[in-house]
Design a protein around this ligand. Structure first.
Ligand code: PEP
Length: 256
């Protein structure tokens, strides 16, 4: 099945509004050639909430998607520090990352809250990049597939086949995020194939063929080509290398 590749930059808690706008200006100035202005794969950036408006302004007239790094499940209410889907949609933000391992590790996110966030985002008409991944301890114990199956089943609980069309999965082994360690092409492909087959069992074979599954975890220009050449890897969710225009452009070109 023909799946359009995605290159998505997760800026995490980096980039002021001025820095973010400058990064987009650098991308626009240098992202020529085969990728046009970042249109061959779908190219997305996920700045901090406070930087979104400046990045949207800088990205005007380009196909660059500007998304958010999280969303709360309620529409409004007493949830200090949280942002709702309604607020994001009002700003023209239509994509959101949910379930990133840093949210799960440092901010107590569980599969249950991830599922609530996914449901709220979809109900508001947003599209979701849903992150899953095992820790090093889990990989060494040989329970990677069991961990991923639990995450996928819980995080997608009550999500219909139709809604699944608005979800991209991101397999991000926790031990590879920000560590410089990358899963080998074979390790990543094996997991992606497993997750795709699981979607086939949970939904339908066509659903499995359609869903895009990104790899995340120290993806950089030096290793992107091999990872992106794997049959079940449909792009990358990129942290560190998304903060440098030259590296991000090289990743976009690797996905062309
Ligand atoms: C991420 O945070 O989603 C990520 C993959 O980070 P890095 O590329 O820095 O490992």
């Amino acid at each position: 099945m023909d799946r359009k590749k995605v290159i998505a930059g997760n800026w995490k808690m980096n980039m002021t509004a001025a820095e973010g706008a400058q990064l987009i200006a650098d991308l626009k100035a240098n992202c020529g050639g085969a990728c046009g202005c970042c249109s061959a794969p779908e190219v997305m950036v996920f700045p901090p909430f406070t930087t979104i408006a400046a990045v949207q302004e800088a990205a005007k007239g380009t196909p660059l998607v500007v998304g958010a790094q999280n969303v709360h499940w309620a529409t409004n209410g007493a949830f200090t520090g949280e942002i709702s889907a309604k607020m994001l949609v009002e700003m023209g933000v239509n994509y959101v990352i949910i379930g990133h391992s840093e949210r799960r590790q440092y901010f107590g996110e569980t599969d249950e809250t991830v599922n609530q966030r996914v449901k709220a985002a979809l109900a508001a008409g947003m599209k979701v990049i849903l992150c899953i991944g095992e820790t090093l301890e889990e990989r060494e114990k040989g329970v990677t597939e069991a961990v991923l199956e639990k995450q996928v089943r819980w995080d997608l609980a009550d999500i219909t086949k139709e809604q699944l069309e608005n979800i991209i999965l991101a397999y991000e082994p926790v031990w590879a995020i920000g560590t410089g360690k990358t899963a080998t092409n074979e390790q990543a492909q094996e997991v992606h194939a497993f997750v795709r087959a699981l979607i086939g069992k949970m939904y339908c074979p066509v659903c499995a063929g359609k869903i895009r599954i990104l790899y995340g975890g120290s993806m950089k220009p030096a290793n992107a080509e091999g990872l992106l050449a794997q049959p079940d890897i449909d792009g990358g969710l990129i942290g560190g290398a998304a903060l440098k225009a030259a590296d991000f452009i090289a990743l976009v070109k690797a996905a062309c």
